[in-house]
Write a protein that binds this ligand. Structure first.
Ligand code: PLP
Length: 375
């Protein structure tokens, strides 16, 4: 059966990228690798919209998240964490694992943070060293207003640390222009690669904090990695094949152009939302982002059954995580995705919902999406 991968990570890898990664292995301490790495370094800075080097590690996205924590903070530091889903909670979990004093700003699943709540937290917990936020909360589909948060955090001593794992290459995040101090990402979402690379970019303000940070670190030592990068190398063996693929996906992204990439994701997201809403379904997120569309399971229908029904037809989407399990399902339109992936997903969704006894007028969701895509 033909397979469609429409879960919010890992996402489909373009065939040309798969072929590039199938080339014979090269050694990393060679001019050949250094030429590759120089291209990747340049293009990563364009993607992150930052002037400083982007650090790269052989890890899933969580690796760079942990790196961001241990390179900027010291034991017992006070930090504010915006929690509105699994990934916001992950920031808090990492901070707690390292003995930081976490002040959570909790928002209900599906909602986006009110920037005033973060301003209030900074007042109640002065001397906070960092604010951790998630740009695109993949577990709920919600987008958070990072520009507004940056405006607030900038006026304090705190660093703004942003999980951009499903927003980088999906929605605009000009980190230098907005004043984001640390942005982290991973390879298996909008970067259209297999899992295994994570990235971190730091502002000058954040780099000044690194030598003062006393949390223990070894593999994710940002200073050591930056030193290696200055010599166009990595401190340890890089994930060579993934870096080869990364050169190709960065080329694809920058050839399309960031504005074009953002506009495409926005259009696909609008089509997906129009489609599910035309079927009488409700969006889970109040302010949905462009990475994935999270849909509330209709009364009497298990979100997990929708995921299972889709999988039986060859389409992989995602269900709800943690306490959201069964209550929703999520369709990704991030990365190597085009209008007909969305149309296909909606067509299958109509059939699966009908199987589950939900009243469906065939073509209603597909048609609504087509009208958005045709405009
Ligand atoms: C996928 C994802 C992560 C990282 O998860 P890994 O499994 O470590 O790659 C972190 N944050 C968000 C918002 C994500 O979507």
């Amino acid at each position: 059966m033909k397979q469609y991968l429409l879960a919010p990570g890992p996402t489909p890898v373009p065939p040309a990228v798969l072929l590039a990664m199938a080339q014979p292995m090269i050694h990393h301490r060679t001019p050949e690798y250094e030429a590759l790495f120089a291209d990747v370094r340049r293009d990563l800075r364009l993607l992150f919209q930052c002037k400083n080097e982007v650090l790269m590690f052989a890890a899933s996205g969580t690796g760079a998240m942990e790196g961001a924590v241990v390179n900027t903070l010291s034991p017992g530091d006070r930090v504010i964490v915006v929690r509105g889903g699994k990934f916001g909670e992950r920031w808090a979990d990492i901070c707690q694992a390292y003995g930081l004093h976490v002040f959570p700003v909790d928002i209900p699943y599906g909602k986006s943070v009110d920037p005033a709540a973060v301003a209030g937290a900074l007042e109640r917990a002065p001397a906070s060293k960092a604010v951790f936020a998630t740009h695109s909360e993949t577990s709920t589909g919600a987008v958070h207003d990072i520009q507004a948060l940056a405006g607030i955090v900038r006026r304090t001593e705190a660093l703004l640390v942003v999980d951009a794992i499903t927003s980088l290459g999906v929605m605009d995040l000009p980190m230098d222009a907005w004043g984001v101090d640390v942005a982290v990402s991973g390879s298996q979402k909008a970067l259209m690669l297999p899992p295994g690379l994570s990235f971190a970019a730091l502002s000058d303000r954040a780099w000044e904090r690194v030598p003062l940070a006393r949390l223990p670190r070894f593999y994710f030592d940002f200073v050591r990695e930056r030193k290696a990068i200055a010599g166009n190398q990595s401190a340890y063996t890089p994930a060579v094949s993934l870096v080869v693929g990364l050169r190709e996906t960065l080329r694809l992204i920058l050839t399309e152009g960031l504005p074009g990439v953002f506009a495409r994701h926005d259009r696909l997201a609008r089509a997906a939302r129009a489609g599910v809403q035309a079927l009488g379904l409700t969006l889970f997120a109040e302010h949905p982002g462009a990475a994935c569309t999270a849909v509330t399971a209709p009364p009497g229908i298990d979100g997990g059954a929708v995921v299972k029904g889709m999988r039986k037809r060859g389409i992989t989407i995602a269900g709800g995580q943690g306490s959201m399990k069964g209550k929703m399902f999520r369709i990704s339109h991030m990365g190597y995705v085009d209008p007909f992936d969305v149309v296909t997903a909606l067509g299958a969704l109509e059939m699966v919902l009908a199987d589950l006894g939900y009243p469906v007028s065939f073509g209603a969701g597909v048609g609504a999406a087509q009208r958005v895509l045709q405009a």
